[in-house]
Ligand binder design. Structure first.
Ligand code: PGA
Length: 242
């Protein structure tokens, strides 16, 4: 694992932007699965600024949705696809034909997950996974316990995730309880993984991620076993409140 410890969330976002820009320039046809969540948003904005300045072209990239709440349509402000669309796909001008996604409303979510996993496999897997770090160590919605071979599937959110997501949706009651996620298997097989985690509230889970036992109880601890992982963090998350 490489760890980049920046001074603050803004410099961490810039470090992530520089790395993403390098990877896109090196392989314009990059196939990437990308997280929503608050942490990567500044990084995506900075990347879009580079694109608007003509310094990067992401038009050949393929983007895969990482996770979704079930039965939340695109028009709902809680839709994770809608969030990804507004924060990355549109600003980066990714053609719709190069975007793969979950069906967020479906009669057959289990079958959809199998088909989505097939799509990922048929495309040859991910060159890059950009991930946030949940307070319980989830990657996407791979809630604990999730083993390294957990597949792309329907997941019931843990109470901890429901509580932490309540800030986005204006209260616990409004947080959807069931989600779908790209599996640990596909994420860990990604050629490269960037995990971005900033802020003192991520300190404990970040330590458990990088130096704790590798266990399904902390899904992010499996990053210790993945091929190429870069953790981008800040001092508050890395060192804790000192
Ligand atoms: P956050 O979410 O970036 O909003 O902290 C991370 C996550 O829950 O995966």
């Amino acid at each position: 694992m490489d760890v980049i410890v920046e001074t603050n969330p803004q410099t961490a976002s810039q470090a992530g932007t520089d790395l993403l820009a390098t990877l896109i320039r090196r392989k314009p046809t990059l196939k990437a699965v990308l997280a929503t969540g608050n942490t990567p948003m500044d990084m995506y904005s900075r990347l879009a600024a580079l694109k608007n300045a003509g310094k990067i072209d992401a038009g050949q990239m393929t983007v895969f949705q990482l996770d979704a709440y079930l039965d939340v349509p695109d028009t709902d402000p809680r839709s994770l696809y809608g969030w990804m669309d507004r924060s990355f796909i549109q600003p980066m001008d990714i053609p719709a034909t190069q975007v793969h996604r979950f069906r967020e409303t479906s009669d057959d979510p289990h079958g959809d997950c199998v088909r989505y996993a097939d799509t990922i496999r048929a495309s040859g897997g991910f060159d890059l996974a950009v991930l946030g770090l949940g307070p319980n160590g989830h990657l996407g919605f791979n809630e604990p316990p999730s083993a390294a071979d957990a597949t792309t599937r329907v997941v019931t959110l843990t109470p901890e995730s429901i509580i932490s997501n309540a800030v986005y949706w204006g209260g616990i009651a409004r947080v959807p309880k069931v989600s779908v996620t790209v599996g640990m298997d596909a994420l860990l097989a990604s050629s490269q993984i960037i995990l971005i985690a900033t802020g003192a509230h991520k300190h404990d889970i970040l330590r458990r991620t990088v130096e704790g036992p590798v266990t399904p109880d902390v899904p992010s601890s499996f990053l210790q076993t993945a091929a190429k992982v870069t953790i981008i963090t800040d001092r508050a998350a890395w060192e804790g409140d000192r």
